[in-house]
Design a protein. Structure first.
Length: 166
């Protein structure tokens, strides 16, 4: 005879089914934004809403964020041989120095990179490697080895040397 009492296992399955059902119903109201993730030359993980120019980046979809509207696409002129990108002319003069606004933006980016590198180093110093988890390219979770931990601390120190003033 089958008991009518609900086992904890059945309650979990029922709760999971409700969560899936509610998620399916609310999925149409959630918008998504694309974020790009890459690791720069110093080993610092960078995130942006635009992909880097000369580096491969992983596109990440963030749910619950408002998607930034895509820029309007150019309409076809009928010519399939129209250039898609302009290349700089090697005979032109050197580019102009950055404007004060650009210099301020560069300084702000350096300050943010310095803050992130210091934060990364402090986090690594406060947590032993056997307590830290990371994810590889395939999505597999693994514990950091002592060598990985040491290498990441070195990269953070290098980034501090690059981005932080003296």
């Amino acid at each position: 005879m089958i008991s009518r009492t609900t086992t904890p296992y059945r309650r979990r399955i029922t709760a999971a089914a409700w969560v899936v059902a509610l998620a399916a119903l609310s999925i149409s109201t959630i918008s998504a934004a694309k974020i790009y993730r890459w690791v720069d030359a110093n080993g610092v993980v960078q995130y942006s809403d635009k992909p880097p120019a000369k580096q491969q980046a992983e596109a990440i979809t963030v749910r619950g964020a408002k998607a930034r509207p895509e820029p309007p696409q150019a309409t076809s002129t009928g010519s399939e041989f129209a250039p898609t990108e302009t290349k700089p002319d090697p005979n032109t003069a050197e580019p102009a120095p950055p404007s004060p606004e650009q210099q301020a933006a560069i300084a702000a980016a350096r300050a943010e990179n310095c803050r992130r590198a210091q934060s990364n180093l402090q986090f690594l110093q406060n947590n032993p490697p056997n307590r830290l988890l990371d994810t590889d390219e395939s999505g597999n979770v693994y514990r950091l080895t002592v060598e990985d931990h040491t290498a990441r601390m070195q990269k953070a120190n290098d980034a501090i040397g690059k981005y932080c003033d003296g």
